[in-house]
Design a protein around this ligand. Sequence first.
Ligand code: 5GP
Length: 321
Amino acid sequence: LSWARSLPKVELHAHINGSVSLDDLRSLALSKNLPFPATLALPGDPGFDIKDVFTLFSSTIYGVVRDQDALRFVVGKVLDAFQADGCVYLELRTTPKKNVAMDMDEYVMVVVGAIEEWLLGRAGSQEGLMHVRLLLSVDRRHSVEQANQIVDLAVKYAPLHTCIVGVDVCGDPTVGGIRHLVPALQKVKPAALKLVVHFAEVAECPEQDELETILSLNPDRLGHCTFVPSHLMDEIIKREITMEICLSSNVVGGTVSAYERHHLIELWKERGYRNLVLCTDDRGIFLNELSHEYLIAMDILGLTKREMEEWAARCVEQYRK
Ligand code: 5GP
């Protein structure tokens, strides 16, 4: 593990509120006198699946991360964790939320402020400074109005805060479709922002033509890509779209039955595709360091250290410009 940690790495798929450890959230809840369940449905528990991941956010995590202080604390913890894991380019993502303490605009400003403060605090330190970027996430359960608001915030703030680089589409893939989000998402690329979408996470999309709709938006990257029909996979490969591969998230979340059956193996070995980046997704929930993902990939693909180093170096070269 120490070799994998020392390898300079790129992380592209990390949800802020899923990347903070549950222990840190518990301490935060304690310090703020907020309730935190003594027991939680967690990865590894019998029957735990992807739906339980979404329940954790709504029932527990958002009950604690609900004011500016808490959000700042979480961002700092997440940045510390990725830096300690040897990450040199980190693209976080988060869903702007309106709650009792903040509107969406303030939410974005708190996250950006926390990132900028963290970077400032480390400027001039001996360790190489991690590059940190941010995507604003639209949740597929959002209304047209909410989606527009989030895209507009990305467009408004990107020229002012260089860390904002694009928009992501996330949220429970079993709920609702994404067609209503298309007009908002069509504004992303003309604004020179990246469009990144969770893609084919579950076997049955709520909308039959959902995957075609997403590809018609010309996304820069696709997350998961677990249940992609062969002809669409051909298309993704032809267009050389980067795929964000989340090994532990898929296996622990139950959308892939075992690491040995992960679609990464077919992509790498049979299709010879290399535009792939290993990612953690929600390291606070899945307890998976990025370094650990690298070791799993080496194991299932039968890679040597040298081959893994070359893969990692390619990712760094592509993203840490
Ligand atoms: P946040 O956006 O609050 O920083 O991070 C948590 C949110 O990210 C969740 O509410 C959920 O919408 C999204 N998310 C986290 N993990 C996953 C995942 O595995 N799949 C999808 N589709 N969305 C996720």
